[in-house]
Design a protein around this ligand. Structure first.
Ligand code: GLN
Length: 479
């Protein structure tokens, strides 16, 4: 059975609805039935929301019938990562602790999607509290990569990437703290965007590492990802770190030529990348050159310290953010305990998975008296140097291109027993996250085994337009 969403994009759905080729309700019904039938293959959806989806679809149909504008995402079937809260719809964060948590409010991004006519089909599986690079840390079982079912889809937004690749949604929302949108996008062969820190409100995004957390869109094409970002971006009073910067018209930046665009290749990302991934990324650089880009070699000298700095800062913030899951609020409570301290202890011991426990311990350690200066403060200084590397590079070039991951999707189970090697796989995505700059992954071909590889494009703070322009031109030239 082929997907009712096959070949559909945000633009083509809108055109078809306005031409009365199908109704939003018909599309939602077919998509839900298809998602239900296909989901056992990948375990990408944790919860489907038929009632909510059909109500949203009927509202779009009613607007079209009365001649009103149905909105920029009219009738588009969308999936949302299960760390983003949805009113009345279970939000688990991939954790046993929140297996029965039904939030009383919607995230700002979710409100904006629905106001724009989007149809939320359901919530997607992810690593517990977004901690992981393979989606194997979910309390609800791993997600399988739709491109190769014995492989991981990447993490932590593995479910959100898988549903787009599997065509059980047209677009989706993920979250990215150190690479969790770009890496699964690259493993599943789709586009995934981490906007500038502060571009999208974090209100309703369950906090992992607050100074690094972003909500980001996935789409089959750069255009779809750009359209989705357009809807969710912009200042929100509910998040004091959301930026006042005006949101440009992203789709207007597409279909442009790349003449006079200067692109930097960071030496630190390509040294030692003698692999199929390296070859595919270099071939993509060749295409960009043919399109008129001027390519320069640049240096980002503090890259080697990024993984260490990230896993100190992210775990420190996580240890504080996860303190709220204590059996009093939100979570299920360990039964049969008699004292308050036992309730805290047993709830957390039974509820958190191994990776969360590892991070709580690491984070508590690096923040503790006597170690704060040696670890946390040092890591913050390194973060500053990494951000400065980028700022200096952007004095010479308009964008930086790099690999997303050192290798394509690996086999399920291959790295779970070795957390350090899992952490090291984030080397190319963590730097952009620490600097807070916009970065995305756009598909740049497949290995001999048929595994997708992503090209990463990074630009200056708030310059998502240049990033989209480069990714879109590359995508068109390479098809
Ligand atoms: N893989 C990284 C980690 O485990 C990034 C996760 C993320 O971006 N949410 O922390």
């Amino acid at each position: 059975m082929s997907s009712p969403l096959h070949g559909l994009t945000i633009d083509s759905i809108r055109a078809a609805l306005l031409a009365k080729k199908f109704s939003a309700e018909e599309l939602a019904r077919q998509s839900l039935a298809y998602a239900e039938a296909e989901n056992p293959k990948t375990n990408a959806y944790l919860t489907l929301s038929p009632e909510r989806a059909l109500n949203a679809a009927r509202a779009v149909d009613a607007k079209i019938a009365s001649g009103e504008d149905p909105g920029p995402l009219a009738g588009v079937p969308i999936a949302v990562k299960d760390v983003i809260v949805t009113r009345g719809l279970r939000t688990t964060c991939g954790s046993k602790l929140l297996a029965n948590y039904v939030p009383p409010y919607d995230a700002t991004a979710v409100i904006r999607l629905e106001q724009a006519g989007g149809v939320i089909l359901g919530k997607t599986n992810c690593d517990e509290f977004a901690m992981g690079s393979s989606n194997e840390n979910s309390a609800f079982g791993p997600v399988r990569n739709p491109v190769a079912l014995d492989r991981v889809p990447g993490g932590s937004s593995g479910g959100s990437a898988a549903v787009v690749a599997q065509e059980t949604a047209v677009v989706s929302l993920g979250s990215d703290t150190g690479g969790s949108v770009r890496q699964p996008a690259s493993f599943c062969g789709i586009s995934g965007v981490t906007p500038t820190y502060g571009r999208v409100s974090r209100y309703g995004l369950t906090a992992f590492a607050s100074s690094l957390d972003h909500i980001g869109p996935f789409g089959k094409t750069t255009r779809d990802a750009a359209r989705l970002l357009q809807v969710i971006a912009g200042r929100d009073e509910m998040d004091s770190t959301s930026a006042f910067a005006p949101v440009p018209d992203y789709p207007a930046a597409l279909d442009c030529n790349l003449r006079e665009v200067k692109i930097g290749l960071p030496r630190e990302y390509f040294d030692g990348l003698a692999s199929e991934t390296g070859d595919l990324v270099m071939a993509a650089v060749g295409v960009l050159q043919k399109l008129g880009c001027e390519v320069r070699n640049i240096e980002l000298p503090h890259t080697a310290y990024a993984v260490a700095a990230y896993y100190i800062i992210a775990t420190a913030e996580a240890s504080a953010n996860l303190a709220r899951y204590d059996g009093v609020r939100y979570t299920t409570r360990s039964p049969g305990v008699n004292t308050l301290s036992d309730m805290y202890r047993m709830t957390r011991d039974e509820g958190f998975g191994d990776e969360c426990k590892r991070r709580i311990m690491l984070g508590t350690y690096v923040l503790s008296a006597g170690y704060y200066d040696a670890y946390y403060l040092k890591a913050q200084k390194v973060r500053h140097l990494i951000a400065r590397d980028f700022a200096e590079a952007f004095e010479q070039v308009d964008a930086i291109v790099a690999p997303v991951s050192p290798f394509p999707a690996f086999k399920l189970g291959e790295k779970v027993k070795d957390p350090i090697s899992m952490y090291l796989s984030d080397i190319y995505t963590i730097t952009g996250s620490l600097a807070g700059i916009p970065c995305m992954s756009v598909p740049c071909g497949r290995t001999a085994e048929g595994l997708p590889v992503g090209l990463q494009v990074l630009t200056r703070h708030f310059d998502e337009s240049t990033m989209f322009r480069i990714a879109d031109a590359y995508e068109k030239a390479s098809h």
